[in-house]
Design a protein around this ligand. Structure first.
Ligand SMILES: *[C@@H]1O[C@H](CO)[C@@H](O)[C@H](O)[C@H]1NC(C)=O
Ligand SMILES: *[C@@H]1O[C@H](CO)[C@@H](O)[C@H](O)[C@H]1NC(C)=O
Ligand SMILES: *[C@@H]1O[C@H](CO)[C@@H](O)[C@H](O)[C@H]1NC(C)=O
Ligand SMILES: *[C@@H]1O[C@H](CO)[C@@H](O)[C@H](O)[C@H]1NC(C)=O
Length: 198
């Protein structure tokens, strides 16, 4: 094998490696923004081939990230737009931390998301209308944050046309009052849209 071929091969492998770890890069971009007093993200090493061996991350058989499990982890800092690049993500479990800032509109790109659990944090701003794209979503628990504004109609429609079964938005700063225990579909859904603080 000529040295040119070898150089090409090494280059091609490098490209493949970089592409394969783009999800690692997205997660690492998040880590750099977080304060992590308990070092729960210590294993998040971006030089590894993919993030599948990192603690609190689960991948599918194709090494794509399907779960992020960081509930009760003592984290503070924001959610980042890069999370929207985790195309195969099904569970985003980041409840009971001290996350602040807004919910990135890019979360609406996570078309396979089943569970969005961000309750018990300090998130503010409004719920992005893009979350109405999350047709696979079963659970949306945003309760006990500092969210405000109106709940977008697109998100409410997920109850009727999507798979949303539990939506808890209570204990936030939403404007106006909402329908508690809405049962809009006639399906056996448990939907909790409780009154905001009056
Ligand atoms: C990931 O997301 C960010 C922000 O949405 C974007 O700028 C970036 O290009 C994305 N990276 C990849 C590898 O898709
Ligand atoms: C909904 O959120 C409130 C406030 O955080 C909580 O007290 C309640 O237990 C939650 N209900 C369900 C069914 O998760
Ligand atoms: C909650 O949001 C309001 C604005 O909507 C802001 O004034 C207040 O400081 C926030 N509180 C916390 C604890 O982040
Ligand atoms: C929703 O409404 C339907 C019919 O109106 C009823 O059969 C069903 O039990 C209700 N589900 C809940 C959880 O209340």
């Amino acid at each position: 094998m000529g040295s040119q071929t070898l150089v090409f091969l090494v280059f091609a492998l490098a490209v493949v490696a970089v592409e394969c770890n783009s999800e690692g890069d997205d997660l690492f971009a998040w880590k750099t923004k977080l304060v992590d007093p308990n070092n729960v993200l210590q294993s998040w090493d971006p030089t590894l081939y993919n993030p599948c061996t990192w603690f609190h991350i689960t991948c599918n058989s194709n090494n794509r990230v399907v779960r992020v499990d960081l509930g009760n982890a003592g984290l503070s800092g924001p959610l980042v737009p890069q999370l929207g690049n985790l195309t195969y993500l099904q569970y985003l479990q980041v409840y009971a931390n001290k996350l602040s800032g807004t919910i990135p509109r890019e979360i609406g790109k996570l078309r396979k998301l089943i569970s969005l659990d961000l309750y018990n944090n300090q998130l503010s701003g409004s719920i992005p209308a893009t979350l109405g794209n999350l047709k696979s979503l079963n659970y949306m628990r945003l309760n006990s944050n500092n969210l405000s504004g109106k709940i977008p109609a697109q998100v409410i429609l997920l109850i009727q046309w999507g798979n949303l079964r539990i939506m808890n938005v209570s204990d936030n700063q939403f404007a106006g009052s909402m329908h508690p225990h809405g049962n809009t579909t006639g399906r056996a859904v448990t939907t909790i849209i409780q009154d905001a603080k009056a």
